[in-house]
Design a protein. Sequence first.
Length: 119
Amino acid sequence: MSEESSKKRLINKFDIILFILLIILGACAFLIIKFTRAEGKTVNIYSDGELTESFSLDDDTEYVYIWEDGNNVIVIENGYVYVSHADCPDKVCVNQGEIKNDGETIVCIPHRLVIEVDE
Ligand SMILES: [Zn+2]
């Protein structure tokens, strides 16, 4: 075995260790963000990128968002916000379920609607 090839093998092993460390670090960061994320207090409704309505997450309410010939029913209940009904073709907004943490969003692309939880 030449000196050159053994050096190359050492670098490869080091790369693998580094790679594993990065994965562990990434997983830790993900968990820290997930568990320390603050609960939000406000629900902001953006229509076409513009802030149109704000609600408190503490007050249970139902808001019907009307977009051209469509609508989304936004429900705030027990500190969570979700879309209970929508007539958009993909229903992604309904399937996104409940959110409550600062920075989380529900997006309805067909209706250009963004629901964001803020602190
Ligand atoms: Zn939708």
